[in-house]
Write a protein of this length. Structure first.
Length: 292
């Protein structure tokens, strides 16, 4: 039996969450082009007959401008201290820049084996891969370098086999049926938040929060209520959209992913409130509800 913990680290939008979903073969981490989409440390559990690898998805590391950014960076660094292996994931289609060098400098202070993962090889010509590898080799003593496409699942099996060489534990931390450490409620709320970020483009900041208020499991359907929380009334209007069309689209798209995750038919209610209203339990609220 071999087991261990593996941290997924890198700049925002390099494909960490996509890789985690690809490895687990289930969507447990949301994906968006907006920076700082991942705000929590999510574990994905990969099992073979004699192997268990716990992958830890972390927020993208960046030069922070605000308190949230500093908090997310600290969260990523703290996670890296407690794992057996670090995957430093880069977008091979992007030039090597100050952002990647910033992350590498942070890795130098962490005494763990680091595997360089060059993601998105499906988007460039094969002859350009080797020059990219040479660029990164001069900056850090990586124990392994593995080019992959997380989206296409190209070379991901090889990455798993490479990771196995650096596993040092001999204990099973989770059961064979576990795929993540977070609850279904957390995943459902995140899937709704993902659709809010995707469908509102630049209009709504990443700080929007979603909370599952109710899950009712029936034999042929699961009824779910999700509250979308924003900090200003104008954002509430944007999410709802004209005649409720925007939130209807959010609900339709979110329901598809939730049904895939739960493997059941879902009836989804979405509500939108400002955070001040949500916190004030004694104030009468006029809610807008939408069913899908």
């Amino acid at each position: 039996m071999k087991s261990g913990f593996v941290s997924l680290m890198g700049r925002p939008n390099v494909g960490k969450s996509t890789l985690l979903n690809s490895i687990i073969n289930k969507k447990i981490a949301i994906i968006s082009s907006k920076p700082q989409t991942t705000r929590n440390t999510i574990r994905g559990i990969y099992n073979e007959e004699d192997v268990q690898i716990v992958f830890v998805d972390t927020p993208g590391i960046h030069k922070p401008k605000y308190r949230l950014g500093k908090h997310l960076n600290k969260q990523a660094y703290n996670t890296a201290q407690d794992v057996d292996v670090i995957l430093f994931i880069v977008d091979i289609t992007e030039p090597l820049g100050s952002g990647d060098k910033f992350v590498i400098n942070q890795l130098k202070a962490i005494k763990k084996p680091v595997i360089l993962v060059l993601n998105k090889i499906d988007k460039i010509e094969k002859e350009k891969i080797l020059p990219k590898i040479e660029q990164y080799k001069d900056l850090y003593n990586f124990v392994e370098i593995v080019p992959i496409s997380a989206l296409k699942k190209d070379n991901v099996d090889r990455l798993i086999n490479v990771i196995k060489k650096y596993l040092t534990d001999q204990i099973k931390y989770y059961s064979n049926n576990d795929i993540t450490n977070v609850s279904d409620e957390f995943i459902i709320a995140e899937l709704v938040r993902e659709k809010v970020l995707l469908l509102t483009e630049e209009e709504v900041p990443h700080a929007v929060t979603c909370v599952v208020e109710k899950i009712e499991v029936k034999p042929d359907i699961t009824n779910i209520n999700v509250l979308i929380i924003v900090d200003r009334d104008n954002l509430k209007k944007i999410i709802i959209g004209k005649d409720g069309q925007k939130i209807k689209s959010i609900g339709v798209e979110a329901r598809k992913d939730i049904e895939d995750y739960l493997n059941t038919k879902v009836y989804l209610d979405l509500y939108v409130k400002t955070i001040s209203h949500w916190r004030d339990k004694n104030k009468h609220l006029t809610e807008l509800g939408f069913k899908f």
